[in-house]
Design a protein around this ligand. Structure first.
Ligand code: COA
Length: 332
């Protein structure tokens, strides 16, 4: 079956009110503005002072719906991507549905870590190719401050909280994707769920299993150097493959919106891809790494700044925990 492309009707974003500068981090760990700026490009990030993931996500969704003049009752599907849900059940998508009144939507969450938005776009496009789903809402919402270890200077300075959203419909437009997953790299970026020990447990009966050899706490653990190497290869690989599948050359892209993990990753990846940094949209100095929210937040900013025009071919590309990586080439 031939699938249609997609049209992004509107985009939106939202952030918690509180911000933290590099100097604020220098007050709690042994770091400096100079170290963080030169190694990451980050200056400020938003940090939740209690706003839940679903709330920030719902605000991004409302922002996108308002800009697109979209009625909540017309939304047939809500996919929320998050690695930081407030509840294991209900899903964050159901919480957002409740808040925005999208009573006709089917709702579920997806976890593809920082690549979540690109995976969700692909899933939504498949749903939208069938006649019973006409309008989809993707919300990528993250409150990473819930799982960051604020005593670990190598990771805590990197992350921020935000949400991005878009409303989309099926359209006869160019679309291609390249998605990859590699569970053999699972250990490189991981956070455990809390586990409740119970009085009926019999340790003698515990089977042998090959668990990840990482600390049994609920903080985010990251092998920074390995993730860096993976990311600088994954980005050019996915963009190149998505362009090949779209039947276009990389230099036909007018803008690439990468996951905003680290400016050095994106610079090296741009070199590996053979493109100038001028077509790499960057805004991480204001947000830090917001996992799956980073691409739709950057997309929303790029649209508001007039960086994307009708007919432009752009690529969205992510990489992160799982390991996962992926790119989508879309026509605006
Ligand atoms: N401030 C000051 N010094 C710091 C620091 C901080 N915030 N974080 C780490 N350091 C120190 C380390 O302790 C180490 O000191 P040592 O040499 O005395 O042991 C030194 O800086 C170098 O550490 P290293 O981890 O080798 O630095 P790096 O050059 O690899 O940069 C990252 C660290 C995290 C910025 C880099 O590895 C990176 O960007 N990785 C990818 C992370 C990422 O994007 N993850 C999410 C992907 S979705």
């Amino acid at each position: 079956m031939a699938l249609n492309g997609i049209e992004i009707i509107s985009t939106g974003s939202a952030v918690p009110v509180q911000t933290a500068t590099n100097d604020d981090f220098a007050k709690i760990v042994d770091t400096s503005d100079e170290w963080i700026t030169t190694r990451t490009g980050m200056k400020v990030r938003h940090i939740s002072s209690g706003e839940p993931t679903w709330y920030i996500g719902a605000n991004a969704a409302k922002n996108a719906m308002e800009k697109g003049n979209v009625n909540p009752e017309d939304i047939d599907l809500i996919i929320c991507t998050t690695v930081t849900p407030d509840f294991q059940t209900p899903s964050t998508a159901c919480m957002i549905q409740r808040e925005i009144g999208a009573k006709n939507a089917i709702c579920f969450d997806m976890n593809a870590a920082c690549t979540g938005f690109v995976f969700a776009l692909d899933a939504a496009r498949r749903y939208l190719s069938f006649p019973d789903i006409n309008t989809a809402l993707i919300v990528s919402a993250e409150v990473l401050s819930k799982m960051v270890d604020y005593t670990d200077r190598a990771s805590c300075v990197l992350f921020g909280d935000a949400a991005g959203a878009c409303v989309l419909r099926s359209a006869d437009k160019l679309y291609s994707s390249s998605l990859s997953s590699d569970g053999t790299g699972a250990k490189l970026l991981c956070t455990r769920y809390p586990f409740n020990p119970n009085p009926l447990q019999d340790k003698e009966k515990m089977p042998e299993f090959d668990d990840l050899d990482t600390p049994h706490d609920n903080y985010l653990h990251m092998a920074g150097r390995e993730v860096y190497k993976f990311a600088t290869k994954a980005l050019p690989f996915e963009v190149t493959r998505a362009c090949e599948r779209a039947g276009i050359k990389v230099d036909e892209l007018s803008l690439i919106i990468p996951h905003q993990a680290n400016v050095r990753i994106v610079e090296t990846a741009a070199k590996n891809l053979g493109v100038s940094m001028d077509i790499m949209y960057m805004n991480l100095e204001k947000y830090g790494n917001t996992s799956s929210a980073s691409i739709p937040v950057a997309l929303d900013e790029a649209v508001s700044e007039g960086r994307i025009k009708k007919g432009d071919k752009i690529a969205l590309v992510g990489f992160g925990g799982g390991l996962t990586s992926g790119a989508a080439v879309i026509e605006w």
